[in-house]
Design a binder for this molecule. Structure first.
Ligand code: PLP
Length: 409
């Protein structure tokens, strides 16, 4: 039971698991050990019920009608904005609803960065960024400069500092690396960048469900995340941005709801954050996300982080037992991600054998091609943890990996 003990509040793993219907599924006739949580998390009953309730009792288009259902929908939808804002200690006007991390970053690239760019201007990223935190800056016309990653998967902070220069228009960094699990020193990064007047975007895709976030204490300019990695629905996410930035940024998509007035001679924009939310939004997505947050907050992120950390330590120890296995990413500050390669088996083969044993992991470049090149591997196998995982999942992973080692000896 060591993995479920935490300084904050011990987790009742059985009770938590009972809230995830999908965990009862048998896969390939075996017990499911779901260890692909960095790709997407499974969904608790409370979140499924919130979406079901919305469509059964509240569904109507928001903001634009006087009838009772529209009122219910709008109240639930805007209530979700309050809940999401409170979760990261933001004000509701600073929360723009998007389709997820990727769209949130594209919004910043198009609406904040692009109008400020001069030829040769740079966005300073890190060598461990997800493609979503590289390509949007390039599409906007910026040069992406990447700070190096050390052999253990930590960011080389000294080198990062030296790359901050007069051409740096924005700093963008993952809170947690999806491929390595490294927790980046985002507070230090923000402080250093701000000392030079450079704004910072934190890609919170892998942080939001695992570490408490306080955007005000961090003083971060932009924070992006997806609901589906937070026990919420797919296709929904948010961008936090400082209000002053949002006020100064032009809209990036046109349509209903984002306007104040429309005339053929020209149009004017709605107030923030609606200026950035064109068209009928994903009401159920927002409501589901808020329900997932309620559910997670009830457990408490400190307890979640402690549980996942203990499990990460257990998994790291157990993986060392597998012949020919090498973990990629051993930074001292890590979240629950175990990326590895094996001497004789390709990650694809590892994934296939594990699947036959009921173990769901991800294999590939994890949308971090430059990082794979840095570690000179074509791909890794990645087991990623969530609050419902326990030592039994790691043990099942271990047994399957021992089988891989035997098959590819
Ligand atoms: N950034 C990181 C670090 C990620 O891990 C991911 C998804 O895996 C993304 C961005 C993109 O998230 P989404 O596909 O939900 O937009």
């Amino acid at each position: 039971m060591s993995a479920v003990a935490s300084a904050a509040k011990p987790l009742d793993l059985a009770a938590i698991r009972a809230q995830f219907p999908i965990l009862q599924e048998k896969v390939r006739g075996k017990r499911l050990a779901y260890l692909d949580n960095a790709a997407t998390t499974q969904k608790p009953e409370a979140m499924l019920r919130a979406i079901d309730y919305y469509y059964r009792h509240q569904n109507a288009n928001v903001h634009r009608a006087v009838h009772e259902l529209a009122e219910r929908a709008t109240t639930a939808y805007e209530g979700a904005r309050d809940r999401i804002a409170a979760f990261i200690k933001a004000s509701r006007e600073e929360i723009v609803f998007t389709r997820g991390t990727t769209e949130s970053i594209n919004l910043v690239a198009r609406s904040f960065l692009q109008p400020r760019l001069q030829p040769g201007d740079e966005v300073l990223v890190t060598g461990m960024e997800h493609h979503s935190d590289i390509v949007p800056w390039q599409l906007a016309g910026a040069k992406t400069v990447a700070a190096p990653v050390l052999d253990d998967g930590s960011l080389d902070l000294d080198a990062w500092k030296k790359l901050l220069g007069p051409r740096t228009k924005l700093v963008a960094v993952a809170q947690v690396s999806n491929s390595l699990g490294t927790i980046n020193p985002v507070a230090d990064i923000i402080r250093e960048a701000h000392a030079r007047g450079i704004p910072v975007l934190v890609d919170g895709a892998q942080g939001i469900a695992h570490l408490p976030v306080d955007v005000k204490a961090l003083d971060v300019d932009f924070y992006a995340f997806s609901a589906h990695k937070l026990y919420g629905p797919t296709g929904f996410g948010a961008l936090y941005a400082k209000r002053a930035h949002l006020e100064a940024m032009p809209p990036w998509q046109g349509g209903g709801d984002m306007i104040r007035t429309v005339a053929f001679s020209g149009s004017t924009w709605n107030e923030v954050p609606y200026k950035f939310e064109a068209g009928t939004p994903d009401m159920a997505g927002a409501i589901g996300c808020a329900a997932a947050i309620d559910w997670l907050d009830d457990i408490g992120l400190d307890a979640v982080a402690a549980h996942e950390h203990a499990l990460l330590e257990y998994g790291t120890r157990r993986l060392a037992e597998v012949p020919g296995l090498r973990i990629i990413g051993t930074a001292p500050h890590k979240a629950g991600i175990l990326s590895f390669v094996m001497d004789k088996a390709h990650p694809q083969d590892i994934g296939s054998v594990l699947d036959m044993e009921g173990v769901a992991i991800r294999t590939g470049h994890h949308c971090t091609m430059p990082l794979m090149e840095r570690f000179q591997v074509p791909a890794t196998a990645r087991a990623s943890l969530a609050v419902y995982n326990g030592e039994d999942d790691i043990d099942q992973l271990l047994a399957a990996l021992q089988k891989v080692a035997r098959l590819f000896a």
